[in-house]
Design a protein around this ligand. Structure first.
Ligand SMILES: [Fe+2]
Ligand SMILES: [Fe+2]
Length: 382
């Protein structure tokens, strides 16, 4: 075990050095500051970096027949990691968020074995500028595992997705992975609120990025993409597990903050015939889980900041993470990992930085909390 631990640590530092080297277009002074800050944050906590994201073997955990359904013919266990909601500013304006996504890339690169792929969950940029998106792409290119990209509203509303699509391709796509059908959606379309108001692209982006504003529309998948989804799923047997990635939650959590997808009910209706459906979303920046009918939902952590929980509408199964300490820039942030099980259900590990990781088994969701209540997240005691 000691040899294995040393090996993980060695890989961690090799990975971190690789990421920092990759930021080679930083001038030397900036590069050294960035590197020192990343290491300093770790040392200040007295942490051995890989400790925050150890693998937990849950892939073959047993599941009660009552809710395991008909199973999934041909599904094989696999793992994937995620990084989400980095909200990058140009590094001349803000390096804190750059340090945070670099830390997440380090975390994922230190995993042994490596995940099958890494999902990037959207909001790579803060205000959708080409510089922000290009810097994000450069940082993510240092991941060892293949990356699957999803778009968020902060990436989209400056130029309505032009630069993002130039860098990353179509925002809506699907693929099959080890017996699971995977779909990535663009769930942050909005009805046109800008033309009649004669907003500039910058004003449109600022409006969407702003908090609590009543001007913008609610997010939606939209009729055209719902048609695409129906068509895509028409060829998929109902026993095949579905894994859906969306930036906004595909249910109605809290409308004033756009923790919401306006046509969520219609999208859920398309997914309802399938026996095992998991939706994984970004945008809410918090530990968040929900079960609606046959669909399990998990929210992803952000590397940039944790949002507070909404004052109403919190799904009752969610176990809230502790309030973040504002003096710790990484507190309440993190990344995570999902394990697709042979039975088609998906477990998750919330890798909250500087706290103990929280493992949420799908059994907890599909049994409506009757089994395996996840432990309340605790501050690390080391
Ligand atoms: Fe976000
Ligand atoms: Fe978002």
């Amino acid at each position: 075990m000691a040899a294995r631990h040393k090996s993980v640590e060695t890989k961690y530092y090799e990975g971190r050095d690789r990421v920092l080297r990759a930021l080679r277009n930083c001038d030397r002074r900036t590069f050294l500051k960035l590197s020192a800050a990343a290491l300093g944050a770790v040392m200040a906590k007295g942490l051995t970096p890989p400790h925050t994201f150890q693998l937990v073997d849950v892939a073959n955990a047993g599941v009660d027949k009552e809710w395991s359904g008909t199973g999934a013919a041909g599904a094989a266990p696999f793992r994937f990691a995620y990084i989400s909601d980095a909200h990058l500013y140009e590094r001349t304006l803000n390096q804190r968020f750059v340090r945070a996504i670099v830390k997440a890339v380090d975390d994922v690169n230190a995993l042994d074995p490596q995940p099958d792929f890494v999902l990037y969950g959207g909001d790579l940029a803060q205000l959708g500028s080409p510089q922000q998106l290009e810097m994000g792409k450069q940082i993510l290119s240092n991941l060892k595992a293949p990356v699957k990209m999803m778009v968020g509203e902060h990436d989209w509303f400056l130029d309505l997705g032009e630069k993002w699509q130039e860098l990353f391709g179509a925002p809506t796509y699907s693929f099959d992975w080890k017996g699971v059908h995977v779909v990535v959606l663009q769930s942050v379309y909005e009805k046109d609120f800008w033309t009649a108001r004669r907003l500039t692209p910058q004003e449109r982006m600022q409006t969407v990025a702003g908090l609590d504003n009543p001007i913008q529309s609610r997010f939606e998948v939209g009729e055209k993409q719902r048609g695409w989804l129906k068509n895509d799923l028409a060829k998929v047997p109902h026993a095949t597990p579905l894994l859906i990635f969306s930036h906004s939650p595909l249910y109605k959590y809290y409308r004033p903050w756009n923790f919401w997808t306006e046509d969520a009910d219609e999208v859920q209706a398309i997914l309802r015939p399938f026996h095992k459906v998991t939706v994984i979303h970004g945008h809410t920046h918090q530990m968040l889980f929900n079960q609606i009918g046959n669909i399990s939902f998990y929210g992803m952590l952000s590397t940039a900041w944790p949002w507070p929980y909404a004052p109403e509408g919190l799904p009752p199964l969610t176990v809230q993470m502790n309030r973040a300490d504002p003096f710790d820039q990484f507190d309440g942030c993190g990344d995570g990992q999902f394990s697709a099980r042979a039975d088609g259900l998906i477990d998750t590990i919330y890798n909250l930085w500087d706290r103990n990781p929280v493992n949420v088994r799908a059994d907890y969701l599909v049994s409506r909390g009757r089994v395996d209540r996840p432990p309340a997240p605790q501050f690390a005691s080391y």
